[in-house]
Structure formats: C-alpha cells, structure tokens
Design a protein around this ligand. Sequence first.
Ligand code: BEZ
Length: 254
Amino acid sequence: MSETPVAGQAWSAQGYARDAGFVPALGAPLLALLNARPGEQVLDLGCGDGVLTARLMETGAQVTGLEPDPDMARAARARGVQVIEQDAHDPFGAGAYDAVFSNAALHWMRDAPRVLANAFAALRPGGRLVAEQGGFGNVAAVVTALMAALEAGGHKAPARPVWDFPSVTGQRARLQAAGFAVEQIALIPRPTPLPTGIEGWLATFAGPFLAAVPEAAREGVLADCTRRLGALYDPHEGWIADYMRLRFVARKPA
Ligand code: BEZ
C-alpha cells in the first residue's frame, strides 16, 4: 500500500529550535556522506531553519536552501542562507546543481515521486542526491498511540498517512523510476532522546493528526497519547523516540 501523506503542518522556527534542535544536530553523518567540495552548487531541499545548511556552507560549497514555510525561511536567511521560498512539488531548477541534499524533510512530502523527479531535473548529469528521512517503522509507537488516542476520544483520524516512511525496497524503486542509479540505501535504527520530552515533540509535530479535533479537546488527546507512550520513557534517560532513518545516495547518470 502506498498512500499519499497529508500536508498541513505549520512551523514555528522558535518552537522547532526548542523541541527539535536535535534534528539538524544529528545530521552530521549525512554531511559526511555528501562530502561537499568548495565551489560545488548544492541545494538543501527542505532547509528548515538553516542550522544544518549553515554547516554545509562551511565546506565552501555554494549552497541554496529550498523551504516553503515563511517562518523557517526567515530563520534560515537570518543565518546567511540564500533561500528559495517554494514547495518542492514545484520544479526548482534544470541541471543547476552538483548535489541535492535533504535531511528530515522528504517524509513530509505529499507526492514523493514528483519531488524525486524535480530533484532529478535539478541535478546536472552525474550529480547526486544525498538524503535522510524517516524510513519504514519510524516513530511507529508514536503514530499508533496518536491513532488510538483519536479513536478513544471519538475523533476522526487523518484520511491518509501523515508522513511518508518508505522501506528500502520501496524507496529504491521510486528513485530508479525517477531515473537515478541508487549507490547506497539503508534503514538505520536511531533511538532518539527528546530534549523536551514527548510533550514537546507532539507539540511540534503532531499538528496534522489534530486537524479534525476541536481546539478544546486537543490537550486531552495529547495527554492520552502521552499516557499510552509510557514505554518510551526511561527513568534515567528520559523520553526516547523510536526513530528509523532511511539514508541514501542516488546519482543522475552522466
Ligand atoms: C523524523 O525526522 O523522522 C520525523 C520528524 C517529525 C515527524 C515525523 C518524523
């Protein structure tokens, strides 16, 4: 089954930095995999608040961020990132980049094949797509608890999956269908400590699940969800989310 994820997440750069600052902080292995060289033209697809993009700029590569959310784009520009403020579902260049880089953004896209086709078109022949996103099983406990809390409260669940967490096999097929040669792809378990707990994580990311829940009932749904997620709480280490990263390198044939 491959269903289209729903859109509909509003971002606050301030809230993201507080509750999800670990997202760019844990992006270092992906930067190493990209291995950007000085002067290379690199597009950061879904650059968010630009924290990781700014680190990418330190390599001497010519980096452009692509970010549809105005608050995130503003935060990225404040870090000196040149930002194209648009949705990755719309074309973002033809043969313009040596590399397209993306960390923790692709799972938000409604139509992955379309975004991958745009990335393919944006690369020069021989260019590479280096990306990490949530993969199969990512935050499965959290998704299950959210769905259970919605049902228990008599609320409608989202009609389609909120996030796109493909398997290795599924994403490889998509990349190949877009024209890429897949050089490497792996699903990597990464239990992730949450600095502001599951409450902070839900406040930042669970919005799309609550679209059909009246404002007054939302707190109750999130409290029920938190209660159901007790197994993710360790008394010594705090809240740890069940992250699974799908990391890949794919090349546009020369
Ligand atoms: C992730 O980075 O895997 C992720 C973040 C927020 C919501 C869902 C997944």
